[in-house]
Write a protein that binds this ligand. Structure first.
Ligand code: ZN
Ligand code: ZN
Length: 316
């Protein structure tokens, strides 16, 4: 009998199950990755709760890290050593559409071209013990970087993309709205860019975490007029950059009100995010291969501020 593996699939509304499936064999030019860490994000949560309808069973998991387990024909073992730690980009880039040819592979329109024939059910595949990927989807990780941290490569890459677009300058005032995972990563990266960071978040525990991760000022938008508070903290100017990491339309309005007259930047298009729901992920999901050197360090594990240790945050 062929070897099997376990997968976790969404099997109903608020229901997930462990299912046995055939362990995939890497075909020509494919790499089999043994998944050791897979983080869950709002994307999976929306499918699990039925907000985004998907064909069932559905295999989520797009923030993945693990080891090279086997390689297919045509790949040199010295280039892809068995046991090497990797993180993977799970979203497909065809390489020839408009987005792909303009260094925006995350905007690829040919996702349906991706070979998923090795998967037992539709989905992304990170919540499987083994997944098949192509060489251009993997990123080598340092051997001493724990894989439960390495699977943050994908959300961190999304944040780096927005940090790059924000063009923060040293000493800039930056507001981060929302203290979830993406908000906290924006705090850490904005600090690395030399900003003074203001976190706006109603939950006390999240505000506290943001402060530990480097936020200079934390405000509770339920207890004050957040726009007025930001104006007050910035000498009436407003912030140079505002990252809205929530998908709440009213908050998008607030974000615009906080921005200084001469500058503005947002993560994605917040006012559209609420309407786009899960789809806005699709628009911002490239793991960009060229990370700025300063920001590359924490990802590779050379730079380990005490604050970067792993925390478990409960879904609510
Ligand atoms: Zn994600
Ligand atoms: Zn493409």
């Amino acid at each position: 009998m062929a070897e099997t593996m376990k997968i976790v699939a969404i099997t109903g509304d608020h229901e997930a199950s462990v299912i046995e499936a055939a362990k995939p064999e890497p075909g020509k030019g494919q790499i089999r990755m043994r998944v050791e860490g897979c983080a869950l994000c709002t994307f999976e949560q929306r499918m699990f709760t039925g907000v985004v309808p998907v064909p069932l069973p559905f295999i989520g998991g797009h923030e993945v890290a693990g080891y090279i387990d086997a390689i297919g024909e045509g790949l040199k073992p010295e280039n892809y050593p068995i046991g090497k730690r990797i993180a993977a980009r799970t979203f497909y880039s065809c390489g020839h559409c408009y987005g792909c040819r303009h260094d925006e592979g995350n905007l690829c329109v040919n996702g349906s071209e991706q070979d998923k024939s090795w998967m037992a059910y539709p989905g992304i595949g990170g919540l499987e013990q083994y997944m098949l990927i192509k060489p251009d989807m993997l990123f080598f990780m340092n051997d001493d970087l724990p894989l439960e941290k390495a699977c943050f490569a994908e959300p961190l890459a999304c944040v780096l993309n927005s940090i790059e677009k924000g063009r923060i300058e040293i000493g800039d005032d930056v507001v981060v709205i929302g203290g979830g995972i993406m908000g906290q990563l924006h705090v850490m990266c904005s600090k690395l860019q030399g900003a003074r960071v203001i976190m706006s978040e109603p939950d006390e525990a999240r505000r506290q975490l943001a402060a530990e991760l480097g936020a200079d000022v934390c405000i509770n938008p339920l207890e004050c007029d957040a726009v007025e508070k930001v104006k007050e903290l910035t000498g009436g100017n407003g912030a140079a950059v505002v990252f809205n990491t929530t998908a709440v339309s009213a908050v998008a309005q607030q974000a615009i009100g906080m921005v200084a007259a001469s500058r503005q930047a947002h993560r994605g298009l917040p006012e559209l995010a609420a309407q786009l729901r899960g789809r806005h992920h699709r628009r911002r999901l490239a793991v960009r291969p060229q990370l700025p050197p300063l920001l590359r360090r924490p990802l590779q594990g050379h730079h380990r501020p005490r604050q970067a240790r792993l925390r478990r945050l409960r879904y609510r």
